[in-house]
Design a protein around this ligand. Sequence first.
Ligand SMILES: Cc1cc2nc3c(=O)[nH]c(=O)nc-3n(C[C@H](O)[C@H](O)[C@H](O)COP(=O)(O)OP(=O)(O)OC[C@H]3O[C@@H](n4cnc5c(N)ncnc54)[C@H](O)[C@@H]3O)c2cc1C
Length: 512
Amino acid sequence: MAEAAERRGGAGLERLDVVIVGAGLSGIGAARHLQQKCPRKTIAILEARQAIGGTWDLFRYPGVRADSDMATLGYAFRPWDDSKAIADGAAILKYIRGVAEEYRLDRLIRFGCRLVRASWDSQEAGWTLEVERSDGEALRLACRFLFMCAGYYDYAQGFLPGWPGMDRFRGRIVHPQAWPDRLDCAGRRIVVIGSGATAVTLVPALAATAAHVTMLQRSPTFVVSRPTTDPSAAWLMRRLPRRLAFALVRWKNIILQMYFYRLCRRKPEAARRWILKSAQDALGPEFDASALFGARYDPWDQRLCLVPDGDLFDAIRTGKASVINGEIERFTERGLELKSGERLEADIVVTATGLVMRLMGGAEIAVGGASVDVGAATTYKGVMYSDVPNLASAFGYPNASWTLKCDLSAEYVCRLLGYMDRRGYAVCTPRLGAAPAGEDPTLPLSSGYIERARAILPKQRLERPWRMNQNYALDLIDLRLSPIEDGALEFRRLERARVRVRLGASSWKGSP
Ligand SMILES: Cc1cc2nc3c(=O)[nH]c(=O)nc-3n(C[C@H](O)[C@H](O)[C@H](O)COP(=O)(O)OP(=O)(O)OC[C@H]3O[C@@H](n4cnc5c(N)ncnc54)[C@H](O)[C@@H]3O)c2cc1C
């Protein structure tokens, strides 16, 4: 009875057109797109934490920064003004907050609201959302369309393999995802376990004050130096109107990213030689670049690690940091013992061992009363999922800037909603029809955190629109230019919804 009353719009159930989950880079971007292109839609953003910014608010370790240029990691609609093309975490956070404030998107955010379950009601053609508030209260909301912008990893904890003897270690063990506020690293001997983007960021930053920093890696990772500032961007900014200059810089960087990625995939041996020669030149003859940074895989089998202005190479060359290849046998009271028998003494051990992947912000998604197994679903244009109605997610590129894909995904959602409104459709569902479900992995990288998460990642088919392009130019065609009706997206009308659309009101407001 109570449920029926809620469905009719009674019992205080708030109904919105679109609910965005997550107020990080992609959620704030999605809200801005919707605000601009679907101004009559009622929108709310659910954010589990008490802050805007997601990743860029959570991660506070020394030196935290992007390894993408901000012309492409920033939004297309908001030029990145700073002269630094590679920005630190604080500057990115300021940028996201600035966008939220400027467009008054912060007013849409419900802080401390974690989505725990979304259930699709086909009769009502909408989602019922079960939300856990940080004060312990439970809250229910309803929405027509659900836009998941909840990132891709578990906020509660990072990945920690665990080694024997950790409890015996008398120093401090720190995971970069939970960096303590006042950790004094000055004059300390630090071992950073790991070789990914976080490790190569931390090592030079810590080396600035530490007694010594050792980067302990099981196997090497390719590392590429790039200048923090982009002189050609500065040149254009001085001569052209701001928006035009920004658009040109953005396109230049998009094309360069795509070109370099393709080159690495097509000519891996040449790319390897170039990467290692650059590292060798930066390190000087005393070091063996291929021993330290000659990965066993091909370039871009895993994400390339960027070192701005060669800071990691400088730290190694000047003796403030060193890199050791080895596997940990156990922790001891004073540090680490490696399988080779070598011992590393440390005051602080940083476990830069990665993330735990988690999709849909850990929320259960249910359609027709049954939980959706996202790991078995086939992705539709890399934005929606087979047989899941009225749900999109923002999942950025692993081989280019995250925001490039998220911007296109949000644009597509706006196009889709506008199209549905014009035709009086209430429901859209990607349907495979007679085609078999996808079996191919959606992420083209073999990084540890992706390998560990294969089972929970959606699958793809190799033909459109079931393919994950991982390519901005192809996505531009699929998401911005291709017709909405493509035979794979099934639409359904509801009498009630059609009446409201004709009345010109928000598609889901008021009581029936
Ligand atoms: C250290 C680090 C550096 C990175 N550097 C780069 C880079 O240089 N270039 C690049 O392209 N990518 C980079 N990435 C990837 C990065 O995560 C993205 O660039 C981007 O910031 C992700 O934004 P997002 O909004 O999609 O997700 P997030 O930043 O993860 O934000 C998701 C938000 O959703 C909220 N949320 C999650 N679950 C729920 C729920 N159930 N209910 C309510 N709210 C929820 C979270 O609290 C969070 O605020 C980096 C990632 C890390 C960890």
